[in-house]
Design a protein around this ligand. Structure first.
Ligand code: PLP
Length: 434
């Protein structure tokens, strides 16, 4: 498989080159030259496959001969070594729980897959590679945990000061070893801008081997298709119908992976793009006009993105045809008040504790299904509620029990380096650290 740059001013790359570079040299996102179709009978087979087997089948055409079959199978098995259950919440709505991984968030799968691919590609390198990543919350923890202790790899994480939850911050700053957290005095868009600028800095790139671990990296983006395959298979088995799938979205990597699986042949009735107040994509879906906006802080802070990186991939997938995108995808913008009320209502009426991201998706899915009363739906529950106590506890009136895996980390000291939201500051840090 070859990948071209969406800016179309760079050479195409294979899976290895695209993964190691993260972003094309012209600043564009990599996109596969063809979208493979699932083999005949694949959907019927899905209920009998493990998530790791699904991952291998889905990803092999994208990886091509960059990783031999036995190694790719092993990578898939390690990346997907936890369950992805579909749990009924109401009569027509089920949660696809993606928070059973080591950092209790769905980004674990992509981060673990990518870190293992990079580890494989760096086996014979002498210079260490620096993974540079901007996070609005969960990415950093998943990436840090995915790479912790991996030899030959340094991880540098930028996060917006005061805009991530205490648990998220702890997951970014308490690991140590090969992981450094830069606490940026700005918002997530500042973090993302600094990282993008570093990848365009030819002089810096000549001196440091940099790679990106954001959802723009193809090795993080593509494995997310597995969620949709296992989720849809379980929904089909339970209801006999292709479900509506609602995805809490920020940078739109996850939703775009679902659309990719759909184009490959996965039966999904409709997609719901569930956003918080950061509604650039829902506005595009309604009007056909896209305008980036400054990010606004909300309860579902992992989705506080004003200018989603993966929106370009969604456009490309549908050849920029607004009617085609609109026919498959409906967008909603959900307020913090609606999010809190949803957490409380679903907890009281169904006994299910949503996290704020899942609550945004639940609310949007309910709204969509009111217009389409005969259809069943699933929403992606992307994080464990314990990661967002400030949003969850007022709704339930009780503390969320802390899973044992987190307890140890919470006792560790925070280690971060404060950084001004200016590119020079990041550049000097990276050069000095080398
Ligand atoms: C990152 C994240 C999202 C948004 O995913 P995108 O792929 O950026 O759209 C949603 N929920 C949680 C908990 C996240 O960490």
């Amino acid at each position: 498989m070859r990948y071209y740059s969406l800016n179309r001013r760079a050479e195409p790359a294979d899976f290895r080159a695209a993964t190691v570079a993260g972003q094309a040299p012209d600043g564009g996102l990599y996109f596969p030259e063809t979208i493979p179709r699932f083999p005949t009978g694949f959907v019927e087979q899905l209920p009998h496959l493990t998530a790791a087997e699904v991952a291998y089948a889905v990803l092999q055409p994208y990886v091509g001969n960059a990783i031999p079959a036995p190694e790719l199978r092993a990578i898939c098995a390690e990346a997907l070594d936890f369950p992805l259950p579909v749990v009924p919440v109401t009569e027509r709505i089920s949660a696809l729980e993606l928070f059973h991984g080591p950092t209790l968030a769905f980004k674990d799968v992509g981060a673990r897959f990518m870190s293992r691919c990079l580890g494989y590609f760096s086996r014979h390198e002498t210079r260490s590679v620096t993974v540079l990543v901007a996070t609005s919350g969960d990415t950093g923890g998943a990436v840090a945990s995915g790479f912790l202790g991996v030899e030959g790899v340094e991880v540098v994480i930028l996060y917006p000061a005061g805009r991530v939850s205490p648990v998220q911050e702890q997951q970014l700053t308490a690991l140590g070893q090969n992981v450094t957290a830069l606490e940026v005095q700005g918002n997530f868009d500042d973090c993302q801008r600094l990282v993008k600028q570093a990848f365009r800095d030819a002089d810096l790139l000549a001196r440091r081997r940099l790679t990106s671990a954001n959802s723009i990296n193809v090795a993080r983006w593509l494995p997310q298709q597995v969620y949709y395959c296992t989720g849809v298979a379980q929904a089909l088995a339970a209801t006999g119908q292709a479900p509506v799938v609602a995805v809490p979205s920020g940078n739109f990597g996850n939703l775009c992976a679902g659309l990719l699986a759909y184009v490959s042949g996965l039966p999904v009735r409709h997609f719901v793009a569930a956003c918080n107040a950061n509604a650039a994509v829902p506005a595009y879906l309604t009007t056909g006009q896209y305008a980036a906006r400054p990010a606004v802080a909300t309860l579902s802070n992992a989705m506080d993105v004003g200018d989603p990186s993966n929106f370009g991939r969604i456009l490309e997938l549908f050849r920029h045809e607004h009617p085609a995108i609109r026919a498959l995808l409906t967008g909603y913008s959900v307020s913090d008040e609606e999010t809190s009320a949803t957490i409380q209502r679903v907890y009281q009426h169904a006994g299910y504790l949503l996290d704020p991201h899942g609550a945004v998706a639940f609310f949007a899915l309910e709204a969509y299904l009111r217009q389409h009363p005969e259809q069943p739906g699933i929403f992606l529950e992307t994080a464990h509620p314990v990661k967002f106590p400030a949003a969850v506890e007022p709704a339930t009136g009780q503390p969320v029990p802390v899973p044992t895996t987190l307890r140890e980390l919470l006792g560790q000291p925070k280690r971060s380096i404060l950084l001004a939201p200016e590119y020079e500051a990041l550049r000097s840090y990276l050069l000095a650290a080398g």
